[in-house]
Design a protein around this ligand. Structure first.
Ligand code: SAH
Length: 252
């Protein structure tokens, strides 16, 4: 078996680490990424960064740390992405389709020609919040020993990066062939956020929330739009409906 060059599409994959506590894990994640040919690391509000420990644990992957993007929150980290997966050691019961790494990678690659893909990793002690998961189209879970399901953060990054490399490398059986069936552009994360704000305001104006908690209603709706992989054209229709609601005079 010969070593293969880095597949160019690996540049479109963002690895996002949320609120990491241990800088050593940031360095080890950078190393895991570089081993597999990924380069785009984003840190959301890291606890201790920059850090000498991160540099030392990155071994030779200092270039990844040099080019790191620091974001204040997850919205900023995934802005412009067309598809986002959140990773979790826990199997949550709610809205997200749960995918194993290989299927998650294949699923995300259906969209890669339309924009960046983000894979989001949580805090060492508490993972990702539900609110952060609302930004995600799917939940990626690495199957494990059921009695010991939590991997070290950088080990989880390694598994995902390996699967991307395998999926995008020449001569692999399931090599990604692009998505020839989708003609409409997908809405990206920033466009979806704008639509959610608009929908929230229109539903409020309509008095739709009544005694229901708007946050819970909006969470369910976000789950619906995330699963649907909403296109820009569909998003425009929803925004048109919202505007039409807001243009109607309230009955007296
Ligand atoms: N106690 C935390 C575990 C966090 S481990 C929890 O219950 O969520 C730190 C991060 O590593 C997780 O947020 C996730 O991004 C990743 N991770 C660890 N084990 C994983 C697994 N089995 N599948 C997917 N991601 C995992």
């Amino acid at each position: 078996m010969t070593q293969q060059a880095n597949p160019p599409l690996l540049k479109n994959i963002r690895i996002v680490l949320v609120n990491t506590s241990h800088p050593g894990n940031i360095g080890a994640a950078a190393r895991a990424m570089k081993n597999m040919g990924l380069s785009h690391l984003t840190l959301v509000d890291p606890k201790h960064y920059p850090s000498l420990e991160a540099i030392s644990r990155s071994v030779g992957a200092i270039d990844i740390l040099d080019n790191v993007t620091i974001a204040k929150d997850l919205n900023e980290a995934v802005s412009g992405c067309v598809w986002v997966a959140g990773t979790s050691a826990r199997l949550r019961t709610i809205e997200w389709p749960i995918l194993e790494p290989r299927e998650c990678v294949q699923k995300s690659l259906e969209h890669i020609e339309q924009g960046d893909i983000a894979i989001v990793f949580g805090r060492e002690n508490s993972g990702l919040t539900n609110e952060e998961m609302e930004k995600c189209n799917a939940l990626l879970h690495i199957p494990t020993n059921p009695d010991f399901s939590s991997l070290n953060l950088a080990a989880a990054v390694q598994v995902v990066c390996y699967e991307y490399r395998m999926a995008l490398t020449e001569n692999k059986i399931k090599k990604h062939k692009g998505n020839k069936h989708r003609y409409d552009a997908l809405a990206n994360s920033t466009q979806l956020d704008g639509m959610y704000d608009h929908l929230h305001d229109a539903l409020k104006y309509l008095g739709f929330f009544g005694t229901n908690n708007p946050d819970i209603v909006m969470r369910r709706l976000k789950g619906l739009f995330n699963r649907a992989e909403t296109t820009q054209r569909e998003l425009s229709i929803v925004r048109g409906i919202c505007s039409a609601i807001q243009d109607k005079k309230r009955p007296r």
